[in-house]
Design a protein around this ligand. Structure first.
Ligand code: DP6
Length: 329
């Protein structure tokens, strides 16, 4: 049996990915930029067994998440991903995938990003693929677009482009912390994948979203290079609100932000007026992530504690193998 275990952390985008130009290859309509976190990891073990039970003989992969057998949909997504790995490895061996996720799944804390980054890293090792970080990022992208960025430590830019060039890599930028305000842990009603597709197909604003994201990313990269936290923050907040605007403009409309989410955006704007410089963003769910300078992070956390559970996080590592090796069956 060959097993490998990897750990990956979620990332929160400061310039968002929303829309694909190729759904099979998961190529985005525009580049994006994120911060990999140091909390809420996913740890995944991939075990191959060519000889018995769960291996080739049964013809299926098995997937368990947080100690329970995963849904048919989730298992299907893992199998399609492993098919890509098997194609690269020239293998037909099935796998047993065991995953634990410390973030509430489906609540907009990017569990698919940490999930596929960990799976890509563990599966590549278990199937004996020798991939560098760039190719692991390209591989993780095939599971979930945002997972490409969880291969990278800290700030990561994920490039748009063709399959060979659409990977994430590190960028230098201002030191920051993030306060995650968990407003609601319920599974979202419309998955980001489905909502993204609906936005591209039905929003009259989608072409403008693409061009404005390209502009925001160019401005964000300049702001990062200049170590300019204020500019990074302004772009972050306005780009997040633009994403939610384009999502709300699709047919039928989708609204991810809850009244409490909007209240957090307003509270953060009010704190800025008082000299606590912070900026909000939110993914495809009601939870809000707020960036802040390190020296003001604890004050921000305390100020937002009334809106939900709050967690102060920092920049974390890209996906890493934590245990690898072929052991005798
Ligand atoms: C709102 O990466 O989950 O978090 O590629 O279809 O799996 P798929 O989508 P996914 O979308 C993430 C969208 C987002 C913004 C972002 O992380 O950039």
């Amino acid at each position: 049996m060959t097993t490998a275990t990897a750990r990956a952390y979620p990332n929160i985008a400061l310039v968002k990915y929303w829309g694909k130009q190729d759904e099979d290859l998961i190529l985005p309509v525009a580049g994006s930029l994120s911060l990999t976190l140091d909390a809420f990891p996913t740890t995944t073990t991939v075990a191959l067994d060519a000889a018995t039970g769960t291996g080739t003989n049964t013809g299926i992969d098995t997937f368990s998440l947080n100690g329970a057998v995963a849904s048919t949909d989730a298992t299907g997504r893992v199998t399609r991903f492993l098919d890509r790995v098997r194609e690269l490895a020239g293998s037909e061996t099935r796998a047993t995938v065991t995953s634990t996720n410390e973030a509430p799944t489906g609540a907009g804390l990017a569990s698919s990003a940490s999930g596929f980054a960990a799976l890509a890293t563990a599966a590549a090792a278990a199937y004996g693929l020798d991939l560098d970080r760039r190719d692991l990022s390209r591989l993780a992208r095939r599971g979930s677009g945002s997972a490409s960025r969880s291969l990278v430590d800290g700030l990561a830019v994920w490039h748009a482009g063709d399959d060979a060039h659409s990977y994430a890599e590190a960028v230098a930028g201002p030191d920051m912390r993030m306060v995650i305000v968990t407003v609601d842990t319920a599974q979202k009603a419309v998955s980001s994948r489905a909502a993204m597709r609906r936005t591209a197909l039905t929003s009259p604003f989608f072409p403008a979203w693409i061009s404005s994201t390209e502009e925001s990313l160019a401005a964000m990269l300049e702001a990062c290079a200049a170590d300019d936290f204020t500019r990074v923050g302004r772009i972050t907040e306005s780009h997040a609100l633009r994403m939610h605007a384009v999502i709300q403009s699709c047919d039928p409309p989708i609204r991810y932000l809850a009244p409490t989410s909007v209240a957090v955006f307003d509270a953060v704007a009010a704190l800025r007026e008082q000299g606590l410089e912070a900026y909000s963003t939110a993914d495809a769910g009601p939870n809000v992530a707020v960036i802040v300078r390190p020296e003001q992070a604890e004050d921000l956390r305390d100020a937002l504690a009334g809106f939900g559970s709050v967690r102060l996080v920092g920049a974390g590592d890209g996906a890493r193998l934590i245990d690898a090796g072929a052991s005798p069956a």
